[in-house]
Design a protein around this ligand. Structure first.
Ligand SMILES: NC(=O)c1ccc[n+]([C@@H]2O[C@H](COP(=O)([O-])OP(=O)(O)OC[C@H]3O[C@@H](n4cnc5c(N)ncnc54)[C@H](OP(=O)(O)O)[C@@H]3O)[C@@H](O)[C@H]2O)c1
Length: 331
């Protein structure tokens, strides 16, 4: 197949491109060329998709058997993709589980769950998905919607619960306690980018998957406390997890706190059974410890582990929590 990936050099899409090439597909990627060079064997088209006229004209020059759109974030992007790829055989939209919101009616959350997004990110993705599904039902636009949960890899780095922050790795190395939200036992699902690529690529060309929505998650879940203990095993040192209520955390000016407030503070547990059923080769293989070790090794080799020394919020939060009472117990 000739497959076009919109993006192609990002956190998830790098693995998608690698998998497509390994399976012998012809691959074209389209991006601005700002992030990293295209891998050998890939046709690179340089374009900013926000320049709608140029993007759509460039994409219409060629018919692709399949398209994976990794950077469609709202209804306008979606409408542009419908015009740009009107004649493709299969279009896969990368959406997100954030479209479901944070207060589910049942666990695990299945694809027929009501959509109650709480962030602009989730609302805009839901609006894009809706436009694609309207185009499917009205014009037969051959879309499949994919909703990944947290998908980590070497480009993203070693995540934490309390914020979008990587200084915690250095804190752990120094033996200093780290903050978790609440009792640290919010449920979460983590998928390695190579396993996510297996899901995206496995869908391509399956006509029965068109018009469908799929969660892209591992079976089961971890708590964030589990996650942190696994990550600390990989880092090589265990430190105290200090549980702090969400409301208390919100009173501090914590950089990157939106990730916690909108996502990681809440229980999230999604069902991946539909994708396992319809794409039999989708069988995630990367264990959490193995995946986190690879991510840490990549960060180390690229000198991407920031110092914790100039960061003050974490000690302030821990001191405030200790002043009002013992930290919330983590299991
Ligand atoms: N990681 C997660 O946990 C997670 C979970 C759920 C959903 N998602 C979804 O996954 C997608 C992100 O995928 P990813 O991780 O592979 O991407 P990414 O890391 O965000 O990389 C973005 C890619 O798109 C290109 N790009 C960015 N802006 C562009 C523009 N205006 N025009 C053309 N190209 C552009 C970048 O290259 P240049 O900068 O060179 O243009 C790069 O190739 C998003 O749709 C996100 O909502 C991620």
């Amino acid at each position: 197949m000739h497959v076009c990936v919109v993006g192609g050099t990002g956190n998830i899409s790098t693995s998608i491109v690698r998998r497509l090439l390994a399976q012998g597909h012809e691959v074209t990627i389209v991006n601005r060329g700002q992030r990293q060079p295209a891998p050998p064997g890939v046709c690179h088209l340089a374009c900013d998709r926000q320049d709608r006229t140029a993007f759509e004209a460039l994409m219409r020059r060629q018919r692709y058997d399949a398209v994976i759109d990794m950077i469609c974030f709202n209804r306008e992007d979606a409408a542009s993709s419908c015009r740009a790829f009107a004649d493709t055989g299969h279009f896969v939209m990368c959406s997100t589980v954030c479209t479901y919101g944070v207060d589910p009616d049942w666990f695990p959350v299945t694809e027929d769950h009501p959509l109650r997004p709480i962030s602009d990110y989730g609302r805009n993705k839901a609006a894009a998905d809706a436009l694609f599904l309207e185009a499917y039902h009205r014009d037969g636009f051959p879309v499949t919607i994919v909703k990944p949960s947290t998908t980590y890899g070497p480009q993203l780095g070693l995540l934490r619960q309390a914020a979008w922050d990587y200084t915690w790795i250095d804190r752990v190395r120094q033996g200093r306690p780290i903050v978790v939200c609440g009792d640290g036992n919010a449920l979460h699902q983590f998928m390695h980018v190579d396993d996510a690529a297996m899901g995206f690529v496995g869908l391509l060309g399956r006509r029965g998957c068109q018009g469908q929505t799929y969660n892209l998650v591992n079976r089961g879940f971890h708590t964030w406390a589990d996650y942190h203990r696994t990550a600390m095993a990989v880092i090589g040192r265990q430190v105290e997890l200090v549980g702090v209520p969400l409301d208390t955390l919100a009173r501090f000016d914590i950089p990157g706190f939106g990730f916690c407030r909108e996502i990681s503070a809440h229980n999230s547990y999604y069902s991946g059974e539909r994708l396992c059923r319809d794409v039999p080769e989708f069988r995630p293989v990367v264990g959490l410890e193995q995946g986190l070790a690879a991510v840490l090794a990549a960060m180390e080799s690229q000198g991407r582990i920031p110092s914790a020394d100039s960061v003050t919020w974490e000690d302030q939060v821990i001191a405030a929590q200790r002043a009002v009472g013992p930290p919330l117990p983590t299991a």
